[in-house]
Design a protein around this ligand. Structure first.
Ligand code: IPE
Ligand code: IPE
Ligand code: MG
Length: 265
């Protein structure tokens, strides 16, 4: 990136960032557990699946906001390895919804320079969805905008086990000395290889748990739980999450910087 385009990017970010937020402390990577679709629908007397449909609209809105406000990576939890336990009808509806939404949005993702990837064990997804995932990933691979990761048939434990298998295979083949397996090697075998860890985890609908999401990567993420159901998540809710994030003191196990007057001998 040239010097002048870096400055232009900064200007755009400063303009778009909502008042009250520090544009220099926008998290690089935001992860979201999009929860509460079913309860949103139930409260309106609608079938659960209508909540999922509304959830897609909320996701489109959130992706655009994140991109406009200077967030570089958005990783969302769309379907967990545990969600197969739901009734077949709901699972089928979700798979069809993912396929249709991706088909419909592919052109605008490309136009807006979004780089989309799907994280998870993708081999057991319906074939049509797998084909579309490949098409979307290949088409947008060179895009320069926000990295948009959609966790589909994703489980944090599954991801760790698969990484361990790949590392063991490399060791058995003599390509990797077990003594050289460190955090960097391990992270490079995860679905999120080459991505920075999330700075902020948002969970909607008030549940205080991680539900097998990004178990490795969330090691030092700040956590923001809001009561809003995912289909109602909007600019106000995102601004609140970012303001909460900016109010935190991230210590990473160290100590807060000591005011200079106190640090003098
Ligand atoms: C999140 O909403 C979407 C998925 C898990 C696919 P839910 O479907 O979990 O909604 P609630 O939690 O039942 O309200
Ligand atoms: C987590 O939500 C998974 C997704 C948002 C895709 P769940 O609704 O499945 O989580 P639990 O069952 O409440 O822990
Ligand atoms: Mg839920």
């Amino acid at each position: 990136m040239s010097h002048s385009s870096a400055i232009n990017t900064e200007k755009v970010q400063l303009r778009a960032c909502p008042t009250g937020l520090d544009p220099h402390r926008i998290p690089n990577h935001v992860a979201v557990i999009m929860d509460g679709n079913g309860r949103w629908a139930k409260a309106k007397g609608l079938p659960r699946v209508m909540g999922h449909r509304a959830g897609v609209e909320s996701l489109k809105r959130t992706l655009r906001l994140c991109s406009d406000w200077g967030i570089r990576v958005l990783t969302v939890y769309a379907f967990s390895t545990e969600n197969w336990a739901r009734p077949g009808e709901e699972v089928n509806f979700l798979m069809t919804l993912f396929e249709r939404a991706l088909q419909r949005e592919l052109e605008s993702l490309q136009r807006e320079q979004v780089r989309i990837r799907f994280l998870g064990d993708l081999n057991i997804l319906p074939n049509g969805l797998q084909d579309l995932i490949k098409e979307a990933t290949d088409l947008t691979a060179g895009n320069t905008g926000i990295h948009f990761n959609v966790c589909t048939n994703y489980g944090g434990r599954r991801e760790l086990v698969l990484a361990a298998q790949k590392i063991a295979e490399r060791s058995v083949k003599g390509e990797l000395d077990p003594a050289k397996i460190d955090e960097r090697v391990f992270a490079s075998e995860l679905f999120t290889a080459n991505e920075v860890d999330p700075d902020l985890l948002i969970r909607t609908s008030g549940e205080m748990r991680v539900s097998n999401f990004l178990l490795w990567q969330l090691a030092y993420a700040e956590i923001h739980v809001c009561d809003v159901m995912w289909p109602d998540f909007d600019a106000t809710a995102l601004r609140e999450a970012l303001a909460d994030y900016q109010s935190r003191h991230r210590r990473f196990g160290g100590l807060d910087p000591v005011p200079s007057a106190l640090s003098e001998p």
